[in-house]
Ligand binder design. Structure first.
Ligand code: NDP
Length: 445
């Protein structure tokens, strides 16, 4: 790390004790910014690096609700409004028992650079709760969402902060959240949330966007090598929103996804994952991945192992942070994997990234690879603002064009700053410069 940035990183460690994921995300970005410090002293002079590491606003609140047994439950809600130099704060809400301030801050920090990289007018933020939707009835999820929004509504708005989904927050939860926002404010303000249903202000392709965008990015990497997805063996981790649509797009483009997972284990299906069955298990029945294996006689269920033990040409981690470690990276490389592209946020540990680099495996970071989700959210905001709705094909074409642009920007910037082919350096530097220039222009605010 550049010596000017070491002090800033130390300050982040001191000011944010115990927030390991946040430290990791900041370190990863600062590690790339050395060449920027040297070339553009104006950023350090205006304390842009230090200002970027401190969220503009952090909101923590109590979320009380009543479960089906009549018991009062208490969760904690968060919204970290990290940076609004480029536009209203934008980023998802995560409902998962592991959520605490350090996770929300890591995600919000990543979101600043990701959103900048899309070239769209959106700032960075993230939120969520330690609420666990697993095993909860629809009624419980609705009452939780209503209570969550009863506090959150005063902090968000079309021009202020626009949340979306993330782990544990899909179309059902966005519906309950939007319903409560509308009820409290008496405004049909479509642009206050993205990921809405198609009949009430949502955009075509938003549901598919993160997974599809991930695969479009991989297609670009392959195109550069004069290759394609046709005939490739792919392993995807997770079986949620991002994973399902990554699997679908790989299949459409001629690849075979031979394994996927959830937090209870993984399935290997050499014939290719049966997507209709997977969706029925995960989206309709909200069951465990073992239910998939029970209905596919040739599929194998592995509980407790690592999905990265399954040999593949391309690995797409699409579940959660730090799910692919150094050992997994070494196994992937040994088995002939040539591309690891992050559909999830920060799924590869720093050690895994180093192992992949040493082994010559192309690594593409989440803030570039999975940016199609937020980019399509920005397209949803555009449609809401103009009271328009575009066709699926038109929206998917826009998404593909945006992903090509992000890929191109990563490579051009990496070249320009002396790290040809380094997607992380390209994404971090390119994302940083756009937001840093806006911060300079807006003064010390
Ligand atoms: P979902 O809740 O739809 O799915 C998450 C999947 O990951 C599930 O299969 C879940 O398994 C698994 N998972 C979650 N936590 C863990 C864990 N601790 N260990 C093992 N498996 C786990 O979330 P999304 O698909 O929306 O999000 C996946 C990733 O993509 C996250 O990193 C998110 O931040 C990122 N992302 C999502 C975007 C979006 O548009 N949704 C946009 C950009 C990034 P189980 O059901 O057993 O918990």
């Amino acid at each position: 790390m550049d010596e000017k940035l070491v002090d800033i990183y130390d300050e982040v460690l001191q000011r944010n004790p115990g927030e390991q994921e946040f430290h990791q995300a900041v370190q990863e970005v600062l590690n790339s910014l050395g060449p920027v410090v040297a070339k553009h002293p104006q950023y350090a002079d205006a304390a842009v690096f230090r200002r970027l590491c401190e969220p503009e606003r952090q909101i923590i609140f109590r979320v009380p609700w009543v479960d089906d047994e009549g018991q009062v439950q208490i969760n904690r809600g968060f919204r970290v409004e990290f940076n609004s130099a480029l536009g209203p704060y934008k980023g998802g809400l995560r409902f998962h028992p592991s959520v605490y301030l350090g996770i929300v801050k890591f995600l919000g920090f990543e979101q600043i650079f990701k959103n900048s990289l899309t070239g769209m007018p959106i700032g960075g933020g993230k939120g969520g709760s330690d609420f666990d939707p697993k095993g909860r009835s629809d009624g419980e999820v609705m009452r939780f969402c209503q209570s969550f929004m009863t506090e959150l509504y005063r902090h968000i708005g079309e021009y202020t902060d626009v949340p979306a989904g993330d782990i544990g927050v899909g179309g059902r939860e966005i519906g309950y959240l939007f319903g409560q926002y509308k009820r409290i404010t008496n405004r049909y303000e479509s642009g206050v949330l993205t990921g809405k249903g198609l009949s009430w202000g949502g955009s075509q392709v938003r549901t598919e966007a993160t997974g599809y965008g991930t695969v479009f990015f991989v297609e670009e990497i392959l195109r550069d090598r004069k290759d394609s997805l046709d005939g490739k063996r792919v392993v995807v981790s997770g079986s949620g929103n991002v994973a399902v649509y990554a699997i679908q797009k790989v299949q459409q483009l001629g690849g075979t996804v031979v394994a996927c997972s959830d937090s209870s284990g993984y399935v290997v299906d050499e014939a290719g994952i049966d997507l209709a069955l997977l969706r029925d298990v995960k989206e309709v029945r909200r069951a465990r991945i073992s239910a998939y294996a029970e209905e596919r006689p040739d599929a194998r269920l592995v509980e407790g192992g690592s999905v990265w033990d399954v040999p593949c040409d391309i690995a797409l981690p699409c579940a959660t942070q730090n799910e692919l470690n150094g050992k997994d990276a070494a196994t992937l490389a040994r088995n002939g994997c040539t591309i690891v592209a992050e559909g999830a946020n920060m799924p590869c540990t720093p050690e895994a990234v180093d192992v992949l680099a040493e082994a010559g495996v192309t690594f593409a970071p989440g803030k570039a690879v999975n940016a199609g989700g937020v980019a399509t959210s920005a397209l949803e905001m555009q449609q809401n603002a103009s009271r328009d709705s575009w066709t699926f094909q038109h929206t998917e074409d826009r998404l593909a064009e945006i992903m090509r642009g992000i890929h191109e920007r990563c490579l051009t910037t990496a070249d320009e700053y002396g790290s040809p082919g380094d997607y992380s350096a390209g994404a971090n530097i390119s994302g940083f410069i756009r937001v840093a220039d806006a911060m300079l222009a807006l003064g010390v605010v």
